[in-house]
Design a protein around this ligand. Structure first.
Ligand code: ZN
Length: 248
C-alpha cells in the first residue's frame, strides 16, 4: 500500500496539480492530507475540489478552521488575516460547509499511522525542534505521525537517548527515502504543497510505502508565476505573492 501524503496546499492549484501528476508517475493507492487546504493562495474552490477528487482522507488545518468561520484569525499576522477574509468571501456555502466538517486531528489512519495538523499537543502548535518532537513522542505509541503546519519537510526519529533530528536534504531531483525501523517512532512532515518555507520554492510531498516500510520525499516545480499573477489579480498581499518565489 502506497499513501500519497499532502499538507498545506493553501489554495495553490498549480502546485497541487504538479504534485498529483508526479505522484501518479511514482504510483500510489490512497491519499492522506494533514490540513490547510485553503488560505494564502488564489484558488480555494479548486483546491477543495482537487482534494475531494483525490478522495483524500483529510483533517482540518488552522487556516481551514478560520476560513470556515469556526474561529476568528486573531492569532494571524495581518497578511494571513487579509487572506482569510478574502478566502471566506471567495468560498460558496457548500465549500465553507465542507471545511466546517473536516475532522480535527489526531486522526487514526491505520494501527501504525495517524495525522495531525501542527502537533499532537495542539493543532496550532509547531514541531520545529527536537524538544518539540520529544514532547510529541511522549503523547503517542504510534510508529508514524504525519504532520504539517511548519511547511518544512522533515523527519524526527525517536531514539533511546533523546531524539535525533534527521533533516531532509534538499539537493535532490528525484526523491530521498527514509526507512521506518521497528521500535522507533517517526514524526514526518511531507513539506508544503502550496507555500514551501525551507528555501526551496518547489512543491513538496511524500509517499509512505507501507509494504517497504519507507517514506519517500519528492519536490516538483510548478508554474508559480501563474499563481503569483492570480494572486495579484485577486489583490492578495504582496508579501504572500513574493514569498512563493523564495520558498520562504
Ligand atoms: Zn499551513
Amino acid at each position: 500500500m502506497r499513501y500519497f501524503i499532502l499538507s498545506d496546499i493553501h489554495s495553490n492549484i498549480e502546485a497541487l496539480e504538479a504534485c498529483v501528476q508526479r505522484a501518479k508517475q511514482a504510483g500510489y493507492d490512497s491519499v492522506l492530507c494533514c490540513g490547510d487546504i485553503v488560505g494564502y493562495g488564489p484558488n480555494p474552490v479548486e483546491a477543495i475540489d482537487g482534494i475531494r477528487q483525490l478522495n483524500a482522507v483529510t483533517i482540518r488545518g488552522n487556516h481551514d478552521r478560520v476560513a470556515a468561520g469556526l474561529d476568528e484569525p486573531t492569532q494571524f499576522n495581518p497578511h494571513a488575516r487579509r487572506a482569510v477574509y478574502w478566502t471566506r468571501a471567495a468560498l460558496p456555502e457548500p465549500y465553507l460547509d465542507y471545511l466546517t466538517k473536516l475532522p480535527l486531528g489526531p486522526l487514526d489512519i491505520t494501527a501504525e499511522a495517524q495525522l495531525v495538523h501542527g502537533a499532537l499537543t495542539h493543532e496550532d502548535d509547531y514541531i520545529f525542534t527536537e524538544a518539540d518532537a520529544d514532547e510529541n513522542f511522549q503523547l503517542t505509541d504510534k510508529p508514524l505521525t504525519f504532520f504539517g503546519h511548519s511547511h518544512f519537510p522533515v523527519v524526527f526519529c525517536s531514539e533511546e537517548k533523546g531524539n535525533s533530528l534527521q533533516p531532509i536534504s534538499y539537493e535532490f531531483d528525484e526523491f530521498i527515502a527514509v526507512k521506518c525501523e521497528s521500535g522507533k517512532k517517526l514524526l514526518i512532515n511531507p513539506g508544503s504543497v502550496g507555500q514551501p518555507r525551507d528555501g526551496d520554492p518547489r512543491a513538496s510531498f511524500a509517499i509512505w510505502d507501507a509494504d517497504r516500510a519507507r517514506i519517500e520525499f519528492y519536490r516538483v516545480e510548478y508554474d508559480l508565476t501563474l499563481t503569483q499573477e492570480k494572486m495579484r489579480a485577486a489583490n492578495l498581499p504582496g508579501y504572500l505573492i513574493d514569498r512563493l518565489a523564495h520558498g520562504r
